[in-house]
Ligand binder design. Sequence first.
Ligand code: UDP
Length: 403
Amino acid sequence: MLRRVSLKDYESVSGSALIDEIRSLGENLQGYSVWHINSTIIGGGVAEILSSLVPLMEEAGLTVSWKVLSGSPEFFNTTKQFHNGMHGQPVNVTGEMLESYLATAQKNQHLLTGDADLVVIHDQQPLGLTTFRGENSGRWLWYCHVDPRYAVPSVWYFLAPMIATCDAAVFHLPEYARDLPVLQYFMPPAIDPLSDKNKDVSPAEYEAVLEKLGIDPAGPPIILQVSRFDRLKDPTGVIEAFKLVRKNMACRLILAGGSADDDPEGATVLDEVRALVDGDPDITVLSLDPDANLEINVLQRRADVIVQKSLREGFGLTATEALWKGKPLVATPTGGLAHQVLDGETGLIARTAEEMAKQVERLLINPALGRRLGAAGREHVRQRFILPVYLYNWLRLINLLNG
Ligand code: UDP
């Protein structure tokens, strides 16, 4: 869903020099047409980014369309298997699944009607469309939003020939480069500091949201993880860490997350988490609507410590959101999280539930440490991972592709 945003509004966050550079890069690209193709209009990191990036690219002078691939539950089952396989999880990909994947691409061929100077395929769901690239004269770019280093062969070698038909592949981080016969470029994603999820909130909004969610604004400290209910986000490990902290001090845990249209496993994992919590009065499991942006914002602002215990993570925008709010963050040094949480500088690193419990305790006991890390974390994000920086990087890349 597109947001109403304007470049000028971002000057207060990024400074006007960057906005001027964006406008000047955009001058070479007036009317240049870009299609972004992904698989959800709402839910998950890619939809989150596109909802703000698309209008700003347009304002910079490009002609931008956001197209969403549609597919059956079986298709999204297959692509979730691909997602897990890309993250190195053992998966069972059958010939039937591969056929239905390509059949879905065929059914979505209409998305390619017309011509674009640049077609951006986000993640693996729409990659089958490369088969129907046909006469379209523009460049094609595959944007990988996961950490592909541990991809299982059955998935990678199915996808790699399709990636190879693109003109370039973009990964979040340099260490994600793969053996591919195409230009590889690195561009981490970003958060929108002015969206409902990240803007400053008024005291009235803050109180109303906490009341609606049934969270006592006073009471023991709150440890929070915001994530889709996905085993790779390790909700079980978070609960384990929380129970260790609670042995030593009064505290509460909130696990907040919703589902995404392209993630059919969410409901099962949510059931697993609820069963594990088993009515524990100190643990709140919140199943949020996909548009619960203000809710997430307020929860992050209320939290005393935010954790992100992902086992695998492409970049981890939830961590970026936490740091932007100046919150102390404890995260596993997984994928993009390691670039966001510089241990002892912008947050604290923990590899296991035991380590996470110790780091959380440290922060709860010493709020001054949390404030120092949080302030540095916010500045780290401001310089690297906010939307104007991201737009600037995009325009540089497009200028490069154009020679
Ligand atoms: N998110 C959300 N509702 C939820 C869970 C997550 O809006 O219930 C958002 C979250 O705030 C973040 C994005 O979805 O902006 C998730 O991006 P991230 O890179 O952390 O993980 P992904 O879900 O893409 O693996």
